[in-house]
Design a protein around this ligand. Sequence first.
Ligand SMILES: Cc1cc2nc3c(=O)[nH]c(=O)nc-3n(C[C@H](O)[C@H](O)[C@H](O)COP(=O)(O)OP(=O)(O)OC[C@H]3O[C@@H](n4cnc5c(N)ncnc54)[C@H](O)[C@@H]3O)c2cc1C
Length: 463
Amino acid sequence: MSVQTEKLLQQLEAIVGEAGILTGAALAGRSAGIWSGSALEALALVRPRSTDEVSRVMRACHAAGQVVVPAGGMTGLAGGHWSTATDILLSTERMNRIETMDARARTMVVEAGVILQSVHERAAEDGLMFALDLGARASCTIGGNIATNAGGVRVLRYGMMRDQVLGLEAVLADGTVVSSMFDVLKNNTGYDLRQMFLGSEGTLGIVTRAVLRLHEAPLATETALLAVPTWDQVMELLRYFDAALPGALAAFEVLWRDFYRLNTGPCSSVDPPLDGDTPYYILMDVFIADIDEGRARLESLLTTCLEQGEIVDGSLAASEAERARLWQIRENFEPEQKKFDLIYGYDVSLPLESMADYVESVRSELTARFADAELFAYGHIGDGNLHFSIYPGRARDRDAVDEMVYFPLRALHGSVSAEHGIGLEKKAYLEYTRSAAEIELMRKTKRMMDPGNILNPGKLFDL
Ligand SMILES: Cc1cc2nc3c(=O)[nH]c(=O)nc-3n(C[C@H](O)[C@H](O)[C@H](O)COP(=O)(O)OP(=O)(O)OC[C@H]3O[C@@H](n4cnc5c(N)ncnc54)[C@H](O)[C@@H]3O)c2cc1C
């Protein structure tokens, strides 16, 4: 280690204290994230406790030209938080305080390292809800949710993370603190600086605090699983339920047959609630305001769908335990981890009209080229957001599979990333979705806000 690096680490330790910096052997037991399986690599893991400490850490790193990679819960699926042995990994794990909760204003002020589930639990104590919800809720952080502009299962009704943040505070690459901690819904006073950080994947600043917008919690949630014979019917049912239950349809997920069979088959702990012979399975949440009437209304709509052949079978959860079991079919990735030693994950969006044909054409191209490959499709279809879990077969040609998935999206006006971000994994494909002029403007913004290119460099795009 150079004298300069040693001096910087001493400086950082003076800022965050001995417990706030881990190096060498102290890093050994840490993994690079729950999804990665590999050991964490970093020059040091720095864990500040306040905005002021983040600012002083950044000032020191800026002066030394030291690369800093921000990290929250490390559940990101695009490689945005990946670091190398020469990077400082700046974790918000000790900035995990819920500062204030204002039930009347329906706002909560949190530090960036607060876990999403803690926000849900705190809001629920006052009969409120925080609308962002996703499978990694027990590990991901509000700062990470902001930096990735996370989506999840409630976007259909409430929008993405950018719609849940009223204000935020961030530290720039040179240590400047930018506070936009507004708590009002409407604020047309020039450029919306807060939104610059939403989806910026840690390349423009480190989010340290946020003002979150809360909503009234529904009295109850009904969950149904429906077996649907055709894609046309899937699309019609989305409109049908949205129109018949205005403002109440809170999740509309679709599982293709192979995914449903995998997640209710021998590798799964969930028994299939419906047989596995139908091409599509809709998993739907409906918020209801009156328990008896709301459930009766939903039952009657489902009966009509059954009589008209729009669905061939269905299961309406009768308890919270049953609801959780139905959701496990969608959110549990253990079956694929048990069955396959390698899975490539994808997260794209495209118009619903083209989606079923797109899935089948990717599947046939994949299996024509790699006979032992397998594709499982599912996603937040109410938002036009499709996920693939692909077992690439023994050939393991990631570039070829990426190209099969991403290339057709250009003609379909789709996106190579619906909600997970670009990170390192999709950098090569950013130009499939964004124009050269857009990418150049992003580069100019990055150069202006981080002239030394020390904040998460090489993520999203190269300068
Ligand atoms: C099982 C599972 C299900 C998932 N489901 C969904 C889903 O439905 N929808 C969805 O959108 N995502 C989903 N994800 C992906 C992931 O959970 C989200 O991207 C989440 O928002 C990442 O939060 P994190 O705290 O783990 O961030 P990290 O993984 O630590 O970081 C993600 C990115 O944000 C940056 N970052 C982190 N904290 C900060 C900060 N304070 N300031 C600036 N930059 C920061 C990092 O540098 C990195 O670029 C899922 C992941 C898993 C494992």
